[in-house]
Design a protein around this ligand. Structure first.
Ligand SMILES: [Zn+2]
Length: 166
């Protein structure tokens, strides 16, 4: 782990993360590929472009995948909360609120994906992740990330394992 603020490798990793995420979104919008297939295709294309190695693209692709999984788990929890809170007479009439409907539509794609890898949702110093809140598993200190960054050590206790929330 290198603590330099302007480490070129760190900038490359963050740039690569954004490229893979953007390309994966495009591939998903183009057709009926699964998230895994779209991620794989995006990583391969970008590695073939020559600016990044296959190993780099695979490593950073896994961070994108991990963040998508994390969001998928959260959507599942949010959906359950919204559906459980629905008034029984509305459910009986088959009427769902706009938010519940929206969460259902998004969750169909994301929850399957999330359920398969729910156990890996630990975040480590040195990995790249999207904005959100990381909570240190050692001391409970929170770091609020406003951009996609490479995760630093905990500013409180210097430990390196975190949970994420939004
Ligand atoms: Zn800590």
């Amino acid at each position: 782990m290198n603590d330099e603020k302007h480490n070129p490798e760190e900038n490359d990793d963050v740039r690569l993360y954004q490229k893979i995420a953007d390309r994966t979104a495009e591939i998903l919008q183009e057709g009926r590929k699964s998230i895994d297939d779209a991620l794989k295709k995006a990583s391969e294309e970008i590695a073939a472009g020559g600016d990044f190695t296959r190993e780099q693209a695979e490593k950073i692709g896994n961070y994108v995948r991990r963040d998508l999984t994390e969001v998928g788990v959260k959507i599942k929890q949010a959906r359950e909360t919204v559906i459980n809170a629905a008034e029984p007479h509305r459910l009986a009439a088959g009427v769902q609120s706009g938010l519940a409907r929206l969460l259902n539509a998004a969750a169909d794609v994301l929850t399957d994906f999330a359920q398969r890898s729910e156990k890996v949702l630990e975040f480590h110093t040195g990995e790249v992740t999207s904005p959100g809140t990381l909570t240190c598993k050692g001391c409970g200190k929170e770091m609020h990330l406003r951009a996609t960054v490479r995760i630093p050590p905990c500013p409180g206790c210097h430990k390196t394992i975190f949970r994420k929330s939004y």
